[in-house]
Design a protein around this ligand. Structure first.
Ligand SMILES: *Cc1c(COP(=O)(O)O)cnc(C)c1O
Length: 421
């Protein structure tokens, strides 16, 4: 790979996914040029099809009122089903193992209710240190609910001194060490801060070997990594739709429940009417009978407007294919790494340390010195939207769905032109 404009443009010409860029709306700079958007790890861009998808539902509501549940173009009664196959494709699941509902943290609690079942000495949750705050708070309240304290019941695994990411061998070793006390192994798929992609299959396998369950928060992995949740035997997972899945701020979440649990009616779940068996749902009788599979975790009827936008985005993932996206992503991210390295080598004013390990998705995290914020602001002035995480990290995510090699080349150029104030 070469850090030249000609090389970048040639890659874009040869990229079979390049046409997807035109399916998205890009924010503009003050000079009304599209920005280089590297923030898809935080909030993905809007697919052009979102507006039309939403309009259809508003029109059907206007036209049919309550009858839209059965007479609309996409009847609301079944609405979640329109998303299931595509969502299952994104995470490598059987359709029966997936449903789209609620939002991410809510779903984590619902899944903990089923899969964090402390039993005698086996009551601990093992997770990465520095997990996303919502996950820490969710886990904290879960263990407190059973009368434990966070410090006692949660084992946090931190990188070795001087290192920034966890070694997989250390994770497996910790599972072995605590093998008689762990109820649940709960990790992110891709760590939001460092960008580390955890080895989900080996963590899952080891969890099962020691008699624990394995669950994953895939907020930064869904739509980013080519996941195979079914095959890997993951017990449960949840993700949001507004990061790599480009479905808009705060939009709906997806869950995965492995069929071994989802088809077992004795798996405990918090129940609501929309998870009740569909053919008898409207008999309004006492006695909860779950729908088979992940659909049996639904509580409420589907929030159709958000789901419609999510569906319009999932259609693009279906067309592009996760494995194609992942293949491009690996090259695009490697190219970003190269352009950053070149900028570092040529610009003595730049102090950036890449803390993302090789096992990663689309995101690179750069640890900065005390001028980090200035580097970030310099990028902004050049029309490059990255994101800043306190205290001193710049995250950049070249997203294969809509970012180009030329975008990445421009980042390298902008870094080269940075001068310390
Ligand atoms: C983004 C993110 C969340 C956000 O949770 P919401 O319930 O969607 O607000 C939770 N966990 C992780 C790991 C995240 O990256």
């Amino acid at each position: 790979m070469e850090n030249t404009l000609a090389f970048a443009q040639l890659q874009d010409q040869q990229d079979s996914l390049a046409p997807f860029r035109a399916e998205f709306l890009f924010p503009q700079t003050a000079e009304e040029k599209p920005v280089v958007y590297l923030c898809g790890n935080s909030l993905g861009l809007q697919p052009k099809g979102a507006e039309q998808a939403l309009k259809i539902e508003l029109e059907d509501w206007a036209k049919f009122g309550v009858d839209g549940h059965f007479q609309g173009r996409k009847p609301w009664f079944h609405y979640h089903k329109f998303l299931t196959d595509y969502a299952a494709e994104v995470v490598g699941a059987q359709p029966i193992e997936v449903v789209v509902m609620n939002q991410l943290t809510v779903n984590l609690h619902l899944l903990f209710a089923s899969f964090y079942r402390p039993n005698g000495p086996r009551y601990k949750i093992i997770m990465e240190a520095g997990a996303f705050p919502s996950d820490m708070y969710a886990v904290e309240s879960q263990v407190i609910q059973f009368g434990y304290s966070y410090d006692d019941a949660v084992i946090e695994l931190a990188p070795r001194p001087g290192e920034h990411s966890l070694r997989n061998e250390d994770i497996l070793q910790a599972l072995e060490e605590h093998k008689n006390e762990i109820a649940l192994v709960f990790f992110s798929g891709v760590q939001y801060f460092t960008g580390q992609y955890f080895d989900i299959p080996s963590i899952t396998q080891k969890a099962h070997e020691v008699g624990a369950l394995a669950g994953f928060d895939l907020a930064h992995a869904a739509g980013n990594i080519d996941l195979q949740l079914h095959q890997w035997g993951v017990d449960f997972a949840a993700w949001c739709s507004y990061k790599y899945l480009n479905s808009g701020p705060g939009n709906v979440s997806g869950i995965f429940v492995h069929e071994t649990h989802g088809l077992d009616p004795s798996t405990f779940r918090l129940a609501g009417w929309w998870g009740h068996k569909e053919d008898v749902r409207f008999q309004m009788k006492r006695g909860y009978i779950p729908e088979p599979g992940a659909a049996g975790w639904q509580l409420s009827n589907a929030p159709v407007f958000g789901m419609a936008v999510h569906l319009s985005s999932l259609e693009l993932f279906h067309k592009a294919g996760m494995s194609n996206l992942r293949a491009k992503s690996q090259r695009l991210t490697a190219y970003l790494e190269l352009c950053i390295q070149d900028a570092q080598a040529q610009n003595p004013d730049l102090e950036l340390q890449l803390i993302t390990p090789k096992s990663r998705g689309a995101q690179l995290s750069l640890l900065t010195d005390d001028h980090g914020k200035q580097v970030f602001e310099h990028l902004e002035k050049q029309g490059i939207i990255a994101d800043w995480r306190e205290p001193n990290v710049i995250r950049m995510a070249p997203v294969p769905m809509y970012n180009s090699f030329e975008d990445v080349y421009k980042v390298g150029q902008a870094l080269q032109s940075y001068r310390k104030a």
